[in-house]
Design a protein around this ligand. Structure first.
Ligand code: GLY
Length: 375
């Protein structure tokens, strides 16, 4: 593009800010992404990288499932574009995910979930106890029933972040780390830029993608989007032999994600403890025990790493995406448990909106205004 390129200031360099920034830079916008700390170091780093549209859906969650499935369908194209654009392989592994039940209650839940998802032609099926070892030999003999999801997969979320930073830069986008946005600059009630280190950086569009910090990152953010709050997840990792566990396996309140190099990631707690990123030994040991109840060999491994991340939760657990009440300011936040899964569709929908100035139908259920009592 020429000097007439429209400018976009993005607040937050997690998977959302980077994906949107990259797509808009590809479309010819002059993109600047501002990050208070380092890029891709919060929830996008802490995640396990699951692309779990079916495994994260429970009966009754049509709105979530439609978005999640659309994004999962976008993942192969997104991954291949990104690998080409960045020169990094991101270890995107589409494939089967197994959920196992170890209680009657969870068994009932899996049966209901399969019935529910099949209404939408989702390729999920129940696996009887006797057949579970054929599907995943390392699953505990105590497992009572399985749900096999043919299309849920995973990506290495940490490499994903590195690749997005590189792709953004190669498209001419700029990334400013350790650069907090102090405020949004308004002119006649329209967002016209951001204030950084006391200076005004003008922008035609401002996009807020600050994850758990979206309601707190600058003075007016509480007023603009008061609904986002952090939910902590504590995680652990083991090192095993590559291929010993062949797929992502979920139990009740635990998931087990094997990487190609033999690292196995276990998640995660769900704790409403504010902006607290601490981990504690009893909780980590409890996560290990939960994981070992599903895949027994994990009980013999040492925990080699542990960390915590903050999921950006919203009152209805759905993301907040689309134009805010301030002209020129768009929101893309609140992706709660599914930021990695939802990155491709979020980037596509927000980029479409910024380019066309028309709100795509896909954004309507996630409009920030759904929380306004007068609407
Ligand atoms: N999506 C997994 C988690 O939030 O723990």
């Amino acid at each position: 593009m020429t000097s007439e390129a429209k400018t976009v200031a993005i607040i937050g360099a997690g998977v959302m800010g980077l994906s949107i920034g990259w797509r808009l830079a590809q479309a010819g916008f002059k993109v600047q992404v501002f990050e208070e700390g380092l890029a891709n170091r919060q929830a996008s780093w802490a995640a396990a990288g699951m692309i779990a549209a079916a495994a994260e859906t429970a009966p009754g969650q049509e709105t979530f499932f439609a978005l999640a499935r659309a994004s999962r369908e976008d993942w192969p194209g997104f991954a291949s574009d990104l690998e080409t654009a960045s020169g990094h392989g991101i270890a995107f592994l589409p494939g089967e995910t197994l959920v196992v039940a170890q209680s009657q209650e969870h068994e009932n839940h899996l049966r209901d979930t399969v019935k529910y998802l099949r209404q939408f032609d989702e390729p999920v099926r129940l696996i009887k106890k006797a057949r579970l070892p054929e599907v995943e030999p390392e699953v505990s003999p105590d497992a009572r029933l399985g749900l096999l999801s043919a299309h849920d997969g995973q990506v290495d979320n940490r490499i994903l972040g590195t690749a997005l930073c590189e792709a953004l830069r190669r498209e001419g986008g700029e990334l400013f780390e350790n650069t907090p946005v102090e405020d949004i600059v308004l002119e006649s009630a329209r967002a016209v830029g951001v204030k950084v280190a006391g200076e005004i950086i003008p922008a035609d569009h401002v996009i807020l993608c600050a994850g758990s910090w979206s309601s707190t990152s600058f003075p007016s953010s509480q007023e603009i989007v008061p609904q986002v709050h952090p939910i902590k997840g504590q995680m652990i990792a083991f090192q095993s032999d590559p291929g010993r566990l062949t797929r992502v396996v979920w139990g009740q309140g635990v998931y087990i994600v094997p990487r190609a190099d033999g690292r196995i990631i276990i998640g995660a707690t769900t704790e409403d403890t504010g902006f607290d990123l601490s981990t504690d030994q009893p909780t980590l040991e409890a996560q290990k025990a939960k994981a070992a109840a599903v895949v027994p060999f994990l009980g013999d491994l040492e925990i080699i790493d542990s960390w915590a991340g903050l999921r950006p939760a919203t009152p209805d657990n759905l993301p907040i995406m689309g134009p805010s009440d301030i002209e020129g300011l768009t929101l893309a936040t609140g992706h709660y448990r599914n930021g990695i899964l939802l990155a491709p569709i979020t980037a596509a929908l927000i980029a479409e909106y910024i380019q066309s100035d028309q709100v795509p139908a896909g954004l309507i259920p996630f409009a920030p205004q759904r929380f306004s009592p007068s609407r």
